[in-house]
Design a protein around this ligand. Structure first.
Ligand code: GLN
Length: 492
């Protein structure tokens, strides 16, 4: 077995039992990045020197593999999360040369756990997008078919895991950006409950929605990574002060007797028949594991897109006001006065999708329009939240598709923002409601493209959805696991 094909926990076992050294492991990934990433473009920056230096501390006995299950494990971090002294671009020209003087809380926690950062991953600019085509650093390609998108906005993190270019990664999810790329790339993605993970040091897109979460090769790794980053942080006032359970310990419990709800609004016309077939088979598998399948309804699902594409741009327009050419990043030259300098810096620094969102957001927040748009969207958001509450009175968790289609061709939707927005239909509602959600691989199309199963649960039910995902994964391992290994060798 090649090192780059192993999961985080398998790599940690290798290290802890001294069957491999940390430098050997880091070098295996760096070598793989050198040979494979020119095709995939999953990284914006690699951190070879710092990663090797860190690895040597383990091999010289200055750091101990036994300290934590992440000790010595190479991870990739979405380039919207600050690592002190390391360029953090958010996929944007405007932050091309931004070097944060501090670590984000998740970065500190992972560093303290002994994880080794090997690079910063590609993404849609400021996490706005569903395909990673909106990056100033070129699109990332899907390892399963290099002509297709990896999903977005955490496409770089998902593609890096799928292509064996890191052992695990962090992404962020505002409206689906962890779950959808995980689904498109055949890996596991977990968006935690809003408030579960601190966002201190995460560059803000839409503050009432943004969450950081793991993208990994298997469910056990997602549990380990969530364990390391979850918890209250006084530097993020939206983080919630609740105890963090032992996520890994919960995985092994069978799902017999659990009530799994099937929301009828997620099985609609317009969804690819191959996606529906894979998800239906997954539901049968869960039934076979003893779960009780119940029909439920989330009646306001169809309003999710309209509500999200008001709330998210509104918050983005306000968050992005700070990029004025003075405090951060790019400053355009040649301006006669301050206003012109602002205008030029923002015109040159932001890409077209970000400009579209700023204009939309500024419009819906402007005097006279606030009530009609932002306020209305917030009310719809409450209805969507209530839908989930009512559904969770009838079931413990929900099963659904992640996206209506599998990975699409690069360029196929990039000229049509509305089509791109519509493809988020199944991920936006959970984000609006703040509940946790996962994507776990559940099958393939006839073109050998992965399909993800979405598992949603009530607020702070990460233990439960991880358990459902793990039990499902174990039951389908022979078929799905085999294909995942196959793709790795095809890329070499
Ligand atoms: N695709 C959605 C958007 O473009 C969600 C992005 C995200 O979750 N960051 O806003």
């Amino acid at each position: 077995m090649e090192i780059y094909s192993l999961s985080m926990h398998e790599i940690h076992d290798l290290l802890a039992s001294r069957r491999a050294g940390a430098v050997e492991v880091v070098s295996a990934f760096l070598g793989r990045i050198e040979s494979v990433d020119p095709k995939v473009n999953s990284y914006i920056s690699t951190l070879a020197d710092a990663a090797l230096e860190e690895a040597r501390l383990f091999d010289n006995g200055k750091k101990d593999f036994a300290a934590s299950p992440l000790a010595g494990v190479p991870l990739a971090i979405k380039d919207v999360i600050c690592i002190k002294g390391t360029r953090t671009t958010c996929g944007s020209r405007i932050l091309e040369n931004f070097i944060p003087p501090y670590d984000g809380t998740v970065t500190t926690k992972l560093r303290d756990a002994g994880a080794i950062f090997i690079g910063k991953t590609n993404m849609d600019e400021f996490a706005m997008g569903s395909s990673t085509e909106n990056s100033a650093f070129g699109p990332t390609r899907n390892p399963w078919d290099l002509d297709r998108v990896p999903g977005g906005s955490s496409g770089g993190s998902a593609a890096a895991v799928a292509a064996g270019l890191c052992a695990g990664s962090l992404g962020t999810d505002t409206g689906g950006s962890i779950r959808q790329p995980a689904s498109f790339c055949g890996v596991v993605g977990l968006k935690p409950t809003y408030g579960r993970v601190s966002r201190f040091g995460l560059v803000a897109f839409a503050s009432s929605l943004d969450q950081i979460g793991p993208i990994t090769r298997d469910v056990e790794d997602a549990a380990l990574l969530l364990q390391a980053i979850a918890g209250y942080d006084r530097r993020d006032s939206t983080s919630v002060d609740l105890p963090v359970p032992d996520y890994r310990a919960a995985l092994s419990e069978p799902i017999r007797g659990l009530r799994l709800g099937i929301p009828k609004e997620y099985f609609i016309e317009g969804t690819s028949p191959e996606v529906l077939a894979a998800v239906r088979r997954a539901i049968d598998t869960c039934r076979g594991l003893g779960a009780r399948i119940v029909d439920v309804s989330l009646p306001h699902t169809e309003y999710g897109i309209a509500a999200y594409y008001i709330v998210a741009p509104a918050e983005a327009s306000s968050n992005l006001a700070r990029y004025d050419g003075v405090k951060y990043g790019l400053r355009a030259g040649g301006a006669k006065d301050l206003m012109e300098m602002y205008r030029r810096s923002r015109s040159q620094g932001f890409g077209p999708e970000v400009k579209r969102r700023i204009m939309l957001g500024t419009y819906v927040l402007s005097a006279g329009y606030y009530e009609a748009y932002y306020k209305k969207a917030s009310q719809v958001r409450n209805l969507i939240r209530r839908d989930f509450q009512e559904a969770f009175e009838k079931c413990d968790a929900l099963l659904a598709p992640v996206a209506p289609i599998p990975a699409f061709k690069i360029g196929e939707k990039s000229d049509d923002p509305l089509q791109m927005y519509l493809s988020d239909v199944f991920t936006l509602p959970a984000s609006l409601a703040g509940i946790p959600g996962m994507s776990v691989p559940c099958g393939f199309t006839s073109d050998n493209l992965p399909v993800g199963l979405q598992i949603l649960g009530p607020h702070f039910s990460e233990e439960l959805i991880l358990r459902v995902a793990h039990q499902f994964e174990q039951a389908t391992m022979p078929e799905i696991g085999g294909r995942k290994t196959e793709i790795l060798s095809r890329l070499a």
